[in-house]
Ligand binder design. Structure first.
Ligand code: PMP
Ligand code: GLN
Length: 378
C-alpha cells in the first residue's frame, strides 16, 4: 500500500502508556484520571442498559442529551444552539475533530494551527489533501503572535484551529486573543475549529473564552468538547460538536457514514447527569487543587515548573538535571525513575526540542505523592 501518511508513526500516548505499563512506572503521560468516575453516573449507565436502551441512538445523538448540551452552552456562554440542527454527539472529541476537518477542508486548502499542537489535527488535514500552516509558539507564555498569523493568511486559508485551554502547554486564550482573532477573520472565508475539551479546567479565577461567547466567531466555528474529560470517563469516548446549522449539515453528512451514531446508554446517562450543573461547575476548583498539590511537591525537585492556567497538564523543564533530548529523557524517566511523562517535542512538526515534559495531574493524591517522591530524587 502507498501510505497516505508516510510521516506519521504511532501516537505518543500509545507509546508512553505502553512503556509505563512495561516498566511498572507511574503513568503521568497519557491524560486520564486514575480514579473512578462518579458512582451516580455509573448507576445511570447501568439503569439505561437495564431499561433496554441498548440499540442505535439517533444519528445526531439522543435528543435529551443534545438539549442538555444546548442548555449548558447557553447558560455558560450565552449562545443559543438548536439541538435539532446544531448539536451532534460524537465518539469523543477525536471523532468530532476528524469529522469537522473532513467536512470543511478541500484539497489545497490551508489550515493555520499553533505548535505545540495536539497530535490528531495535522493527520486529518493531510488526509483531506489540506496544507498545514503552523506557527510555533514560545514558552513560557506561548502567546499567539497575531501579526505573524496575519501574514500566514492567503486566499487559500480555510480554517484556523484553536485549542483553549491548551494541551500540552496549559495556556488559555485571553480577551486580547479573541479581539485579534475577530479582526483577523472578519470578511474572510475562514472557519474556526475550536477544541474546547478542557473548557471546565480553567484556573486562578480566569474564564474560558469559548468561541460560543462571541457571535462573530461563533457563526464560523465548529466547537468540540469531550465528556471523557469533563466527567472523568475517557474510556467512554463520548463528546460532541456544536456549530451553526450550515456547518453542522456538512458535519453530519460525514458523521453518519463514519460512525452513524454513538454509544446509547452513556448518552442516556449523561443527559440526566448534565441536569445538575454542580457536576461540572466544581471542576476548576477540583483540578486547581490537584495542580497546586502536585506543583508544591515538584518545587522541591530540580524540575522547573512552567505556568499552567488550565487543562490537567503541568509542563516542566529539566535543564538542571539532564541535557538529553526530551524523547530520550522521557524514556529514561519511565525506565529508571518509574514516572512516565510526555515529551513535548512530539507536538511540533519538526520536533523542536525545548527540554520540556508534560505531566498529567488528574491523579489520586497518593499517586501524585509517589510520583513527586521519585521525581525529587532525580
Ligand atoms: N483534544 C485535546 C486537546 C485532547 O487533549 C484530547 C484528549 N482528550 C482530545 C481532543 C480527544 O478527546 P476524546 O478523548 O474525547 O476523543
Ligand atoms: N488527550 C489525551 C492526552 O493528551 C490523550 C488522548 C489519547 O490518548 N488519544 O494525554
Amino acid at each position: 500500500v502507498i501510505s497516505k501518511l508516510p510521516q506519521t508513526g504511532t501516537t505518543i500516548f500509545t507509546t508512553m502508556s505502553a512503556l509505563a505499563a512495561e516498566y511498572g512506572a507511574i503513568n503521568l503521560s497519557q491524560g486520564f484520571p486514575d480514579y473512578n468516575c462518579s458512582e451516580e453516573l455509573v448507576e445511570l449507565v447501568n439503569n439505561a442498559m437495564r431499561n433496554g436502551h441498548n440499540q442505535y441512538a439517533p444519528m445526531a445523538g439522543l435528543m435529551a442529551l443534545r438539549e442538555q448540551i444546548a442548555i449548558k452552552t447557553e447558560k455558560l456562554y450565552g449562545a443559543v444552539y438548536n439541538p435539532d440542527t446544531e448539536v451532534t454527539v460524537t465518539a469523543g472529541a477525536t471523532q468530532a475533530i476528524f469529522t469537522a476537518i473532513s467536512a470543511v477542508i478541500h484539497p489545497n486548502d490551508e489550515v493555520i494551527m499553533f505548535e505545540p499542537a495536539y497530535d490528531c489535527y495535522a493527520p486529518a488535514i493531510k488526509l483531506m489533501g489540506g496544507v498545514v500552516k503552523s506557527l510555533q509558539l514560545e514558552p513560557p507564555d506561548y502567546r499567539i503572535p497575531w501579526d505573524m498569523v496575519k501574514r500566514l493568511i492567503t486566499n487559500k486559508t480555510r480554517m484556523i484551529i484553536l485549542n483553549s485551554p491548551h494541551n500540552p502547554t496549559g495556556t488559555i486564550l485571553s480577551k486580547h486573543d479573541i479581539d485579534e482573532l475577530t479582526a483577523l477573520v472578519k470578511n474572510q472565508d475562514i472557519f474556526i475549529l475550536s477544541d474546547e475539551v478542557y473548557e471546565h479546567l480553567v484556573f486562578d479565577g480566569n474564564i474560558h473564552h469559548s468561541m460560543a461567547r462571541y457571535p462573530e466567531l461563533q457563526q464560523r466555528s465548529l466547537i468540540v468538547a469531550s465528556f471523557g474529560k469533563t466527567f472523568h470517563a475517557t474510556g467512554w469516548k463520548l463528546g460532541y460538536c456544536i456549530a451553526p446549522a450550515y456547518l453542522m449539515q456538512e458535519f453530519r453528512k460525514i458523521h453518519q457514514f463514519l460512525v452513524f451514531s454513538v454509544n446509547t446508554p452513556v448518552q442516556y446517562a449523561i443527559a440526566e447527569f448534565l441536569k445538575d450543573e454542580n457536576h461540572y461547575l466544581g471542576l476548576p476548583d477540583y483540578f486547581q487543587q490537584k495542580r497546586d498539590y502536585f506543583n508544591k511537591g515538584l518545587e522541591q525537585s530540580r524540575f522547573k515548573l512552567l505556568p499552567c492556567s488550565g487543562t490537567y497538564f503541568q509542563s516542566v523543564t529539566y535543564n538542571a538535571i539532564s541535557d538529553e533530548k526530551d524523547t530520550d529523557f522521557a524514556i529514561h524517566l519511565t525506565k529508571e525513575i518509574g514516572v512516565a511523562a510526555i515529551p513535548v517535542s512530539v507536538f511540533y512538526r519538526n520536533n523542536t526540542d525545548r527540554h520540556i515534559l508534560r505531566f498529567c495531574f488528574a491523579k489520586r493524591q497518593e499517586t501524585l505523592d509517589k510520583a513527586v517522591d521519585r521525581l525529587s530524587k532525580v
